[in-house]
Design a protein around this ligand. Structure first.
Ligand code: FES
Length: 129
């Protein structure tokens, strides 16, 4: 008898990405996912190592959200809430804030390469001809 590993897919089946906002910044995530799994999609290097129970006990995944069409913000557990198009995540529990920090870091400034003529000029000590 073959005792192979039982493979459980990480994400629920999805066909498209949907837009949500987290602290005012827009992100694309797979549809049909619980919000914590969607966070994992965005930060696969930190969320799996967070101290989450994934079963509504620890409260470390708590978020304040505004659902599409709602006029007020409500508390929710991201391990329970299904993310939907237009969901606004306004506040994050401390553990989530730590694990999602990378999403809010400023983009590193790009240092433009000097134009070829400028580079040649610098190589020859700034003298031309
Ligand atoms: S991950 Fe523990 S309550 Fe949601």
């Amino acid at each position: 008898m073959n005792e192979g590993h039982l493979e459980i897919p990480l994400f629920r089946p999805y066909e498209k990405l949907i837009a949500i906002t987290i602290r005012g910044k827009k992100f694309q995530i797979p549809e049909n996912q619980i919000l914590l799994r969607a966070f994992q999609y965005l930060c696969p290097d930190t969320i799996p190592y967070g101290r989450y129970c994934w079963n509504e006990e620890c409260q470390d995944c708590r978020v304040a959200v505004k659902r599409p069409g709602a006029d007020k913000v409500t508390q929710a557990l991201s391990c329970k809430l299904i993310a939907e198009e237009g969901l606004e995540v306004q506040e994050l529990a401390d553990e989530l804030t730590r694990n999602l920090r990378r999403l809010f870091l400023p983009a590193p400034e790009e240092t433009p390469c000097p134009k070829e003529s400028e580079a040649r000029s610098q190589e020859s000590g700034g003298k031309q001809g």
